[in-house]
Every structure is written in structure tokens, then in C-alpha cells.
Design a protein. Structure first.
Length: 135
């Protein structure tokens, strides 16, 4: 819910969120900001590898075939790295829900893109997030 909006410069918007969700988002943004270039480089490397796996499967006319054990292991390791960079706590739950290592990775990468944009706003001072002071 939007609690308040001020349009005059500098404008602002207060948003009401579930406190637990807000704290998890803030923690994820904080983790990503803390990793800086490391997270950016990991994302680029992982996205390139994911696209290469997809390209290879298409070339082999196996788009709907099962992943090889090595491909599944590689996709899972990339998911673990992205999840770690986001401070993601329930990777196993996501994997159980998607039942596909490629889909899990795609969901995590989409989450990474959104959190990265939010982190950019935090760095620029456009967004202020709650800080978990219990850690």
C-alpha cells in the first residue's frame, strides 16, 4: 500500500509493506550492495553460461530432453551462487517448487535483476530501506 506521496521536488513515496518482507528485501539489497563488482561479474558469467547451455541444447534438438547430470549440477551450482549473492535463504524450497534447475536459475536471475535495480536506487539515495539492527 502507498502510505503517502509528495510530488513537489524532491518527491518521495512511502510504501507500507509487511515488515518481514521489507526486512528480507532490505537484507537482500544490502548483501548485493556489499558484494559490489563481485556480484555483477558473477551474474554476467552465470547468464553467459546459462545461455550457452540453452544454445547447445537447441543445436542438439534436445530442447525438451532431460538435462545431463553435468548440466543439472552446473545449473544448480550457478543457482547456489546467485542465491548466496542475494542472501536467499530457501533455495531448496524454490528448487522443489520449480522441479527444474534451469527454471530455478531463471527465477533467481529475474529476482537478481529487480534487486539490482533497487540497490541502484539505494546507492543513488532515491530509496531508503529499513535496516535490520538485530544482526
Amino acid at each position: 500500500k502507498i502510505a503517502a506521496i509528495k510530488y513537489a521536488s524532491p518527491g518521495w513515496m512511502d510504501i507500507l509493506l509487511n515488515p518481514q518482507v521489507a526486512m528480507k528485501i532490505a537484507a537482500s539489497v544490502g548483501t548485493l550492495i556489499g558484494l559490489g563488482v563481485t556480484a555483477v561479474e558473477a551474474y554476467k558469467r552465470i547468464d553467459k553460461a546459462r545461455l550457452e547451455i540453452a544454445r547447445n541444447r537447441k543445436m542438439q534438438q534436445m530442447e525438451f530432453a532431460a538435462f545431463s547430470a553435468n548440466e543439472a549440477k552446473f545449473l544448480n551450482s550457478m543457482s547456489e551462487e546467485i542465491a548466496k549473492n542475494l542472501g536467499f535463504e530457501s533455495l531448496q524450497q524454490l528448487q522443489a517448487r520449480t522441479k527444474n534447475p534451469e527454471v530455478t536459475l531463471k527465477v533467481l536471475m529475474a529476482h537478481h535483476r529487480r534487486i539490482s535495480k533497487l540497490a541502484e536506487f539505494v546507492r543513488e539515495g532515491k530509496v531508503k530501506l529499513p535496516i535490520d539492527r538485530t544482526k
